[in-house]
Ligand binder design. Structure first.
Ligand SMILES: [Zn+2]
Length: 359
Protein backbone atom coordinates (compact mmCIF):
# COMPACT_ATOMS: atom_id res chain seq x y z
CA UNK A 1 0.00 0.00 0.00
CA UNK A 2 1.26 3.44 -0.75
CA UNK A 3 -1.48 5.70 0.43
CA UNK A 4 -2.57 6.80 3.90
CA UNK A 5 -1.30 3.78 5.71
CA UNK A 6 -2.13 4.44 9.33
CA UNK A 7 0.30 4.62 12.22
CA UNK A 8 2.89 1.90 12.24
CA UNK A 9 5.38 0.45 14.66
CA UNK A 10 8.71 2.22 14.56
CA UNK A 11 11.44 3.74 16.67
CA UNK A 12 13.54 6.76 17.43
CA UNK A 13 16.57 4.70 16.52
CA UNK A 14 17.43 5.45 12.89
CA UNK A 15 18.14 1.88 11.86
CA UNK A 16 14.66 0.82 12.98
CA UNK A 17 13.13 3.25 10.50
CA UNK A 18 13.58 0.47 7.99
CA UNK A 19 11.98 -2.53 9.68
CA UNK A 20 12.43 -5.61 7.54
CA UNK A 21 9.21 -7.25 6.53
CA UNK A 22 7.14 -4.67 8.38
CA UNK A 23 3.49 -4.53 7.56
CA UNK A 24 2.45 -1.53 5.56
CA UNK A 25 -0.84 -1.76 7.42
CA UNK A 26 0.43 -0.76 10.80
CA UNK A 27 -2.16 -0.88 13.50
CA UNK A 28 -0.22 -0.11 16.66
CA UNK A 29 -0.74 3.65 16.53
CA UNK A 30 -4.46 3.22 15.99
CA UNK A 31 -4.67 0.79 18.88
CA UNK A 32 -2.83 3.24 21.14
CA UNK A 33 -5.32 6.00 20.30
CA UNK A 34 -8.26 3.64 20.90
CA UNK A 35 -6.80 2.35 24.17
CA UNK A 36 -6.34 5.87 25.54
CA UNK A 37 -9.94 6.66 24.67
CA UNK A 38 -11.17 3.43 26.29
CA UNK A 39 -9.66 4.64 29.58
CA UNK A 40 -11.22 8.10 29.30
CA UNK A 41 -14.80 7.14 28.40
CA UNK A 42 -17.43 8.05 30.96
CA UNK A 43 -19.96 5.36 31.97
CA UNK A 44 -22.77 6.34 29.54
CA UNK A 45 -20.45 6.52 26.53
CA UNK A 46 -18.63 3.36 27.58
CA UNK A 47 -21.90 1.43 27.70
CA UNK A 48 -22.91 2.63 24.22
CA UNK A 49 -19.48 1.87 22.77
CA UNK A 50 -19.45 -1.64 24.20
CA UNK A 51 -22.98 -2.33 22.98
CA UNK A 52 -22.47 -1.02 19.45
CA UNK A 53 -19.06 -2.54 18.84
CA UNK A 54 -20.30 -5.96 19.93
CA UNK A 55 -23.41 -6.07 17.78
CA UNK A 56 -23.28 -8.85 15.21
CA UNK A 57 -20.50 -11.39 15.44
CA UNK A 58 -17.91 -9.39 17.35
CA UNK A 59 -17.14 -10.03 21.01
CA UNK A 60 -15.07 -8.19 23.57
CA UNK A 61 -14.39 -5.33 21.15
CA UNK A 62 -13.29 -2.04 22.64
CA UNK A 63 -12.03 1.06 20.86
CA UNK A 64 -8.48 -0.32 20.94
CA UNK A 65 -9.49 -3.41 18.98
CA UNK A 66 -11.92 -1.49 16.78
CA UNK A 67 -9.48 1.19 15.65
CA UNK A 68 -7.70 -0.84 12.89
CA UNK A 69 -10.99 -1.95 11.26
CA UNK A 70 -10.88 0.75 8.59
CA UNK A 71 -7.50 -0.55 7.41
CA UNK A 72 -8.72 -4.17 7.56
CA UNK A 73 -11.36 -3.32 4.95
CA UNK A 74 -8.53 -2.60 2.51
CA UNK A 75 -8.34 -6.38 2.06
CA UNK A 76 -11.62 -6.17 0.18
CA UNK A 77 -10.88 -6.22 -3.55
CA UNK A 78 -13.13 -5.73 -6.55
CA UNK A 79 -12.91 -8.43 -9.19
CA UNK A 80 -13.29 -7.89 -12.92
CA UNK A 81 -16.89 -9.08 -12.71
CA UNK A 82 -17.63 -6.16 -10.38
CA UNK A 83 -18.05 -8.34 -7.29
CA UNK A 84 -16.22 -7.67 -4.06
CA UNK A 85 -14.32 -10.22 -1.97
CA UNK A 86 -12.28 -10.15 1.22
CA UNK A 87 -8.88 -11.53 0.24
CA UNK A 88 -6.11 -12.56 2.59
CA UNK A 89 -2.73 -11.80 1.05
CA UNK A 90 -0.69 -15.01 1.54
CA UNK A 91 2.54 -13.02 1.30
CA UNK A 92 1.43 -10.60 4.00
CA UNK A 93 -0.37 -12.65 6.61
CA UNK A 94 0.75 -10.06 9.16
CA UNK A 95 -1.85 -7.71 7.71
CA UNK A 96 -4.46 -9.97 9.31
CA UNK A 97 -3.13 -9.64 12.86
CA UNK A 98 -5.32 -6.69 13.89
CA UNK A 99 -8.22 -8.02 11.80
CA UNK A 100 -8.80 -11.35 13.59
CA UNK A 101 -11.65 -9.94 15.74
CA UNK A 102 -13.53 -9.40 12.47
CA UNK A 103 -12.80 -12.65 10.64
CA UNK A 104 -16.18 -14.36 11.01
CA UNK A 105 -18.22 -14.75 7.84
CA UNK A 106 -20.76 -12.19 9.05
CA UNK A 107 -18.13 -9.57 9.94
CA UNK A 108 -16.25 -10.11 6.68
CA UNK A 109 -19.57 -9.67 4.87
CA UNK A 110 -19.95 -6.34 6.70
CA UNK A 111 -16.52 -5.25 5.45
CA UNK A 112 -17.32 -6.29 1.87
CA UNK A 113 -20.64 -4.48 2.05
CA UNK A 114 -19.00 -1.31 3.40
CA UNK A 115 -16.39 -1.23 0.64
CA UNK A 116 -18.92 -1.98 -2.11
CA UNK A 117 -21.14 0.89 -0.94
CA UNK A 118 -18.20 3.32 -0.79
CA UNK A 119 -16.21 2.23 -3.84
CA UNK A 120 -17.53 4.28 -6.74
CA UNK A 121 -18.71 7.34 -4.84
CA UNK A 122 -15.68 9.29 -6.08
CA UNK A 123 -12.93 8.83 -8.61
CA UNK A 124 -9.58 8.11 -6.98
CA UNK A 125 -6.48 7.35 -9.06
CA UNK A 126 -3.46 8.35 -6.98
CA UNK A 127 -0.96 6.55 -9.19
CA UNK A 128 -3.02 5.96 -12.29
CA UNK A 129 -4.84 2.93 -10.89
CA UNK A 130 -8.44 3.24 -9.83
CA UNK A 131 -8.86 2.59 -6.11
CA UNK A 132 -12.01 2.49 -4.05
CA UNK A 133 -13.25 5.88 -2.93
CA UNK A 134 -13.18 4.67 0.69
CA UNK A 135 -9.39 4.90 0.60
CA UNK A 136 -9.68 8.69 0.47
CA UNK A 137 -11.56 8.91 3.78
CA UNK A 138 -8.25 8.59 5.68
CA UNK A 139 -6.63 11.87 4.72
CA UNK A 140 -6.86 15.44 3.48
CA UNK A 141 -4.00 17.27 1.74
CA UNK A 142 -4.08 20.92 2.83
CA UNK A 143 -0.92 22.76 1.72
CA UNK A 144 1.44 23.40 4.63
CA UNK A 145 1.55 27.07 3.61
CA UNK A 146 -1.93 27.40 5.16
CA UNK A 147 -2.58 28.09 8.85
CA UNK A 148 -6.11 26.76 9.18
CA UNK A 149 -8.38 24.17 7.63
CA UNK A 150 -11.01 25.50 5.28
CA UNK A 151 -13.19 23.52 2.92
CA UNK A 152 -12.47 26.09 0.17
CA UNK A 153 -8.78 25.13 0.16
CA UNK A 154 -7.07 22.94 -2.43
CA UNK A 155 -6.48 19.40 -1.24
CA UNK A 156 -9.88 19.19 0.46
CA UNK A 157 -12.84 17.39 -1.11
CA UNK A 158 -16.27 16.09 -0.06
CA UNK A 159 -14.83 12.63 0.63
CA UNK A 160 -11.82 13.64 2.71
CA UNK A 161 -10.89 12.80 6.30
CA UNK A 162 -12.65 15.78 7.88
CA UNK A 163 -15.83 15.14 5.88
CA UNK A 164 -15.77 11.45 6.80
CA UNK A 165 -15.49 12.24 10.50
CA UNK A 166 -18.34 14.75 10.25
CA UNK A 167 -20.49 12.15 8.51
CA UNK A 168 -19.77 9.50 11.17
CA UNK A 169 -20.60 11.97 13.95
CA UNK A 170 -23.90 12.81 12.23
CA UNK A 171 -24.87 9.13 12.10
CA UNK A 172 -24.11 8.66 15.80
CA UNK A 173 -26.20 11.76 16.58
CA UNK A 174 -29.19 10.51 14.52
CA UNK A 175 -28.71 13.33 12.00
CA UNK A 176 -28.58 12.91 8.21
CA UNK A 177 -25.11 12.99 6.65
CA UNK A 178 -24.62 16.60 5.48
CA UNK A 179 -24.64 16.96 1.67
CA UNK A 180 -22.63 16.77 -0.54
CA UNK A 181 -20.62 14.26 1.46
CA UNK A 182 -20.82 10.94 -0.45
CA UNK A 183 -20.59 8.47 2.42
CA UNK A 184 -22.65 5.36 2.92
CA UNK A 185 -22.60 4.51 6.63
CA UNK A 186 -24.98 1.65 7.31
CA UNK A 187 -25.51 1.97 11.03
CA UNK A 188 -24.06 3.27 14.27
CA UNK A 189 -21.66 0.35 14.62
CA UNK A 190 -20.12 1.24 11.27
CA UNK A 191 -20.00 4.94 12.21
CA UNK A 192 -18.18 4.10 15.43
CA UNK A 193 -15.71 1.83 13.59
CA UNK A 194 -14.95 4.76 11.30
CA UNK A 195 -14.50 7.25 14.12
CA UNK A 196 -12.29 4.95 16.18
CA UNK A 197 -9.85 4.92 13.25
CA UNK A 198 -10.23 8.32 11.65
CA UNK A 199 -9.70 10.39 14.80
CA UNK A 200 -6.29 8.68 14.91
CA UNK A 201 -5.61 9.58 11.29
CA UNK A 202 -6.68 13.18 11.97
CA UNK A 203 -3.80 13.49 14.44
CA UNK A 204 -1.11 12.13 12.11
CA UNK A 205 0.38 15.35 10.68
CA UNK A 206 0.97 13.92 7.20
CA UNK A 207 -2.67 12.82 6.97
CA UNK A 208 -3.70 16.50 7.12
CA UNK A 209 -0.86 18.80 5.97
CA UNK A 210 0.80 18.23 2.60
CA UNK A 211 3.79 19.61 0.77
CA UNK A 212 3.39 20.15 -2.98
CA UNK A 213 6.61 20.14 -5.00
CA UNK A 214 7.73 21.08 -8.49
CA UNK A 215 9.80 18.52 -10.42
CA UNK A 216 13.00 19.97 -8.94
CA UNK A 217 11.71 19.65 -5.36
CA UNK A 218 10.83 23.29 -4.71
CA UNK A 219 7.58 23.79 -2.76
CA UNK A 220 4.65 25.15 -4.73
CA UNK A 221 1.36 26.57 -3.47
CA UNK A 222 -1.76 25.01 -5.03
CA UNK A 223 -4.00 27.68 -3.51
CA UNK A 224 -2.10 30.41 -5.39
CA UNK A 225 -3.04 28.76 -8.70
CA UNK A 226 -6.47 27.61 -7.46
CA UNK A 227 -5.82 24.04 -8.48
CA UNK A 228 -3.66 21.05 -7.65
CA UNK A 229 -1.32 20.20 -10.49
CA UNK A 230 -1.18 16.37 -10.27
CA UNK A 231 2.53 16.56 -11.10
CA UNK A 232 3.13 18.39 -7.79
CA UNK A 233 1.12 15.96 -5.62
CA UNK A 234 3.37 14.13 -3.16
CA UNK A 235 0.44 11.87 -2.10
CA UNK A 236 0.81 12.82 1.54
CA UNK A 237 4.56 12.21 1.44
CA UNK A 238 4.19 8.73 -0.07
CA UNK A 239 5.99 9.98 -3.20
CA UNK A 240 8.93 11.32 -1.15
CA UNK A 241 11.68 8.86 -0.43
CA UNK A 242 14.04 9.13 2.51
CA UNK A 243 17.46 10.29 1.38
CA UNK A 244 19.42 7.76 3.41
CA UNK A 245 20.25 4.81 1.17
CA UNK A 246 19.50 1.34 2.43
CA UNK A 247 20.22 -1.63 0.16
CA UNK A 248 17.11 -3.23 -1.37
CA UNK A 249 14.75 -1.07 0.66
CA UNK A 250 13.28 2.37 0.37
CA UNK A 251 11.00 4.07 2.81
CA UNK A 252 8.90 7.11 2.17
CA UNK A 253 8.24 10.09 4.39
CA UNK A 254 4.60 9.22 4.97
CA UNK A 255 5.51 5.78 6.18
CA UNK A 256 8.10 7.19 8.57
CA UNK A 257 5.39 9.30 10.13
CA UNK A 258 3.05 6.31 10.37
CA UNK A 259 5.62 4.56 12.54
CA UNK A 260 5.24 5.04 16.27
CA UNK A 261 7.99 4.72 18.90
CA UNK A 262 8.46 1.03 19.73
CA UNK A 263 8.36 1.55 23.49
CA UNK A 264 4.69 2.54 23.20
CA UNK A 265 3.65 -0.94 22.10
CA UNK A 266 -0.01 -1.06 21.08
CA UNK A 267 -1.81 -0.01 24.24
CA UNK A 268 -2.06 3.03 26.53
CA UNK A 269 1.13 3.65 28.48
CA UNK A 270 1.10 5.66 31.73
CA UNK A 271 3.11 8.35 29.99
CA UNK A 272 0.52 8.78 27.25
CA UNK A 273 -2.41 8.62 29.69
CA UNK A 274 -0.83 11.43 31.71
CA UNK A 275 -0.42 13.46 28.54
CA UNK A 276 -3.97 12.67 27.39
CA UNK A 277 -5.46 13.91 30.68
CA UNK A 278 -3.70 17.25 30.11
CA UNK A 279 -5.22 17.80 26.65
CA UNK A 280 -7.44 20.91 26.96
CA UNK A 281 -11.18 20.46 26.34
CA UNK A 282 -12.39 21.47 22.88
CA UNK A 283 -14.59 24.58 22.79
CA UNK A 284 -17.97 24.73 21.07
CA UNK A 285 -20.20 21.95 19.81
CA UNK A 286 -18.86 18.57 18.63
CA UNK A 287 -19.83 19.15 15.01
CA UNK A 288 -17.24 21.94 14.87
CA UNK A 289 -14.47 19.83 16.35
CA UNK A 290 -13.28 17.98 13.20
CA UNK A 291 -12.39 21.28 11.51
CA UNK A 292 -10.80 22.70 14.67
CA UNK A 293 -8.74 19.54 15.19
CA UNK A 294 -7.70 19.55 11.50
CA UNK A 295 -6.41 23.10 11.95
CA UNK A 296 -4.53 22.03 15.07
CA UNK A 297 -2.90 19.13 13.19
CA UNK A 298 -2.12 21.35 10.19
CA UNK A 299 -0.07 23.57 12.49
CA UNK A 300 1.72 20.48 13.79
CA UNK A 301 2.42 19.56 10.15
CA UNK A 302 4.35 22.83 9.83
CA UNK A 303 6.78 21.40 12.39
CA UNK A 304 6.77 18.03 10.63
CA UNK A 305 8.22 19.67 7.52
CA UNK A 306 10.70 21.91 9.36
CA UNK A 307 14.35 21.22 8.54
CA UNK A 308 13.52 19.29 5.37
CA UNK A 309 14.40 20.02 1.76
CA UNK A 310 13.55 18.07 -1.36
CA UNK A 311 15.06 17.16 -4.67
CA UNK A 312 14.31 14.92 -7.64
CA UNK A 313 15.15 11.23 -7.44
CA UNK A 314 17.33 9.46 -9.95
CA UNK A 315 15.70 6.68 -12.02
CA UNK A 316 14.87 3.86 -11.38
CA UNK A 317 13.80 5.15 -7.94
CA UNK A 318 10.21 4.32 -7.01
CA UNK A 319 9.53 7.79 -5.62
CA UNK A 320 9.48 11.09 -7.47
CA UNK A 321 11.32 13.08 -4.82
CA UNK A 322 13.94 12.52 -2.16
CA UNK A 323 14.07 14.29 1.21
CA UNK A 324 17.21 15.68 2.81
CA UNK A 325 17.49 16.69 6.46
CA UNK A 326 19.20 19.80 7.86
CA UNK A 327 20.07 17.61 10.85
CA UNK A 328 18.75 14.06 10.76
CA UNK A 329 19.15 13.27 14.45
CA UNK A 330 17.48 16.52 15.53
CA UNK A 331 14.64 15.72 13.17
CA UNK A 332 14.17 12.22 14.56
CA UNK A 333 14.01 13.61 18.11
CA UNK A 334 11.43 16.19 17.07
CA UNK A 335 9.39 13.51 15.29
CA UNK A 336 9.41 11.26 18.35
CA UNK A 337 8.08 14.04 20.60
CA UNK A 338 5.41 15.09 18.11
CA UNK A 339 4.16 11.53 17.70
CA UNK A 340 3.73 11.05 21.46
CA UNK A 341 1.83 14.34 21.77
CA UNK A 342 -0.39 13.55 18.81
CA UNK A 343 -1.25 10.03 19.94
CA UNK A 344 -2.23 11.39 23.37
CA UNK A 345 -4.33 14.13 21.76
CA UNK A 346 -6.01 11.67 19.42
CA UNK A 347 -7.00 9.38 22.28
CA UNK A 348 -8.19 12.23 24.49
CA UNK A 349 -10.28 13.73 21.68
CA UNK A 350 -11.82 10.43 20.60
CA UNK A 351 -13.04 9.99 24.17
CA UNK A 352 -14.10 13.64 24.39
CA UNK A 353 -16.18 13.25 21.24
CA UNK A 354 -17.91 10.04 22.35
CA UNK A 355 -18.52 11.45 25.84
CA UNK A 356 -20.19 14.45 24.17
CA UNK A 357 -22.33 12.26 21.92
CA UNK A 358 -23.46 10.09 24.86
CA UNK A 359 -23.26 12.39 27.91
ZN1 LIG B 1 -6.24 5.41 8.14
Amino acid sequence: MVVALGWLLGSLVPVALWPTGASAWGYEGHRVVGAIADHLLKPAAKAQVERLLNEGDTHGIDLRKAAPWLDCVKSVARHDDGRFHYEVDPEHLEYEVPCTPFNSARERARMVDYVARNWSTCSYKPDGFERGCHNTFHFVDVAIQRNSFDRALQGTNPHDLVAAISAAIAVLQDRPIPPPFPFSIRDKKEALLLLAHLIGDLHQPLHVGAVYLDPGGQPVDPDATHQVDPLTDTIGGNAIQDGVAVPFQTINLHREWDDIPTDLGDAATGELMDAARLVPPSPGAPDGWPVAWATDTLLVAHDAFKGLSFGPTVPPAQSKWVVAFDNHMDYLHAVDAIKRRQLAKGGARLAELLNAIWP
